[in-house]
Each structure stands twice: as structure tokens, then as C-alpha cells.
Design a binder for this molecule. Structure first.
Ligand SMILES: [Zn+2]
Length: 177
């Protein structure tokens, strides 16, 4: 099964640090059992994805600093050859409790803010991590040294579609058999 949305196994909960304490650090080595398909482009974790989360108190809220490090296999959007892409992405989120005053204005908050009912003892950061992971995937991967896009003169291996345009469709939408 190709993964197209957050799998059930993707679950991360972090303890909220006590007020005045240093903060909480958690790290996971994440593996996914299947290929991921996003926008028709296949991705596969080549090695476990190292997910680090640092939570710290920030006023009423909790700040989450997230780092994703790993490497993925995907295919070049021009020539369809296999590509390995290194990931090292950082994200910052802030969890803030729902304000009592409905009319409070959050418009000048510059970073990503997640409003939660209240700050409890733990924060389920699964959804945020999934969004971070998805936006870390290169949207149009291409060979770094350049390559020829597939055209009528490209030599194709046995088993591939005779007409490369159909192969691209097959890669995009899956085979119909
Ligand atoms: Zn290429």
C-alpha cells in the first residue's frame, strides 16, 4: 500500500516541560513500511528519518523546534531515474492555549501557531510532524547535474511503455491492471 496520508503508526507525543525548566528533548528514528506518494511523485525513506523535537515554555504557550534529518529515494521528474535526496529541515511551531477573549488578534504572530484548547502535560505533535515531513519532500526532484528529459529518442529498458508519454501517465496514476 502506498502511503498518501498520515499513517496510523505515525504518532508522536512529547511531554510538556514544567514552567521554568530547561525544556524537553525527544528524538525518534522513524521508518515507514511503504513508499509514499505525494502529488504523484514517489518517495521512499532510504534510512530511518531522524525526528528531533525540542519543547520549551514560551509565555503562556509552548514552543516546538523540530528538525528532520534523513535521506529519501525519489525519481527525477525529467528522466525518471532514481535520485537520492538528503533532507535536513528545521521548523518552528508555537502551541498556544485558546484565548478567553474571542476577539484577540493573532495577526502579528510571525511563525506557525497552533491553537490548542489548553496546554496539558503532553502535546500530540503527530499532525505537525507529518506536515513538516510532507513539505520537506522536494516537489519536482531533478538530477543535480542536469539530464535530458524523456523524449522519443530515449532508449528504454524492457518492460517500460513504448511511448514515454504513457509511462509518465503510468507513473503518475498507477497501472490500470
Ligand atoms: Zn534526471
Amino acid at each position: 500500500m502506498t502511503i498518501r496520508e498520515m499513517p496510523e503508526s505515525w504518532r508522536f507525543v512529547v511531554e510538556v516541560p514544567e514552567e521554568g525548566s530547561e525544556g524537553t528533548h525527544r528524538q525518534w528514528d522513524v521508518t515507514l513500511p511503504d513508499d509514499i506518494s505525494l502529488g504523484g511523485i514517489p518517495y521512499r525513506l532510504k534510512s530511518p528519518l531522524v525526528v528531533s523535537v525540542d519543547l520549551s515554555r514560551s509565555g503562556e504557550g509552548v514552543r516546538a523546534d523540530i528538525r528532520l534529518v534523513g535521506s529519501i529515494k525519489t525519481e527525477c521528474s525529467r528522466c525518471l531515474s532514481t535520485l537520492e535526496v538528503a533532507l535536513d529541515e528545521n521548523f518552528g511551531y508555537c502551541y498556544v492555549p485558546q484565548p478567553d477573549d474571542e476577539e484577540s488578534d493573532d495577526a502579528d504572530l510571525s511563525e506557525d501557531v497552533m491553537v490548542v484548547t489548553r496546554i496539558g502535560k503532553t502535546i500530540d505533535i503527530s499532525q505537525v510532524l507529518w506536515e513538516c515531513f510532507v513539505v520537506s519532500m522536494p516537489p519536482f526532484p531533478q538530477c543535480p547535474e542536469g539530464c535530458d528529459s524523456i523524449g522519443p529518442f530515449t532508449t528504454r529498458e524492457e518492460g517500460e511503455a513504448a511511448d514515454p508519454r504513457f509511462q509518465i501517465l503510468a507513473d503518475k496514476f498507477g497501472s490500470f491492471t
